[in-house]
Design a protein around this ligand. Structure first.
Ligand SMILES: [Mn+2]
Length: 275
């Protein structure tokens, strides 16, 4: 099966370093999808998890190698760090192995529309205290963003893990939906402040494409539970892809030389097997 070709692919929240990371699924996805540009929207590597206990199976290397191989072959790869890989935030503008690191970016789609691309954790404090912030107005918003940075810095210095939105939202089951809604509202507002048509983010592990008050809200989801990516077609339209049914991707009937592997790891005949 020939890989599907896109203008851009957006991937976030892979959490390599965590046992829950679905690296095999992502690897299979990357074999079946190509793009001129791949934008990594944060939390690709879970530095915090790695600090607590080292978990790095071969599949995680395979994902990194596949990315670097794509970069060598001419795919533009931009890495926008999230809170779990914030160590990379200290290197904006740098390149490693052909991968550009950026704190955030304004992305121009194939149809000329502009999108703010951010991981999304910048707004955690705003989201957690949405009611107070809304009541106090603009200065409270700016203060909350600043507090967010200070808290992240202090927690890092103390060796504490970054506060996890998704884990926290799950604990607050009854209110989780509201918090997701609040997160969407806040990042859409940020897009409006940047005078763009939409926002593409990750962080809350909840993939969706929506229109909110005339601003496009796109969330890339994650590769811990849902295995989702956002793909941009050449005409600037977006598609949410879920890559959980791996048997769809690799036709099982034809025997291949890597038959010993489970079907979802076996490359299709026409495809190239990754190093
Ligand atoms: Mn995050």
């Amino acid at each position: 099966m020939e890989p599907r070709k896109f203008r851009t692919l957006f991937i976030s929240d892979v959490h390599l370093g965590s046992k829950a990371a679905k690296a095999d699924f992502l690897l299979d996805f990357m074999r079946h999808h190509e793009a001129d540009t791949i934008i990594l929207v944060g939390d690709i590597i879970d530095g915090w998890r790695l600090k607590r206990s080292w978990h790095w199976p071969q599949a995680f290397n395979d994902v990194i190698q596949k990315m670097l191989r794509k970069a060598r072959k001419g795919t533009r790869i931009v890495y926008i760090p999230g809170n779990h890989d914030e160590f990379l935030r200290e290197f904006p503008g740098t390149h490693f192995g052909g991968v550009e690191v950026a704190r955030q970016m304004i992305f121009e789609a194939g149809d000329g529309k502009k999108y703010l691309i951010i991981h999304g954790d910048e707004f955690d404090v705003v989201v957690r205290h949405a009611r107070i912030v809304a009541y106090l107005g603009d200065w409270a918003y700016d203060a909350a963003i600043a507090i967010n940075q200070v808290l992240a810095f202090v927690r890092r210095k103390l060796g504490l893990p970054y506060w996890s939105f998704s884990a926290w939202a799950k604990l607050q089951v009854k209110h989780a939906v509201n918090f997701i809604g609040e997160f969407q509202r806040v990042v859409v507002e940020e897009a409006r402040r940047n005078e763009v048509d939409g926002v593409i983010c990750g962080h809350i592990h909840h993939a969706v494409m929506e229109e909110l008050d005339g601003i496009r809200y796109i969330n890339t989801g994650d590769w811990v539970e849902s295995c989702t990516a956002i793909a941009e077609h050449f005409d600037g339209t977006f598609e949410l892809i879920t890559w959980q049914k791996i048997e769809e991707a690799a036709p099982a009937a034809e025997p291949t030389d890597d038959e010993a592997l489970p079907p979802f790891l076996a490359a299709p005949r026409s495809g190239k097997r990754a190093a």
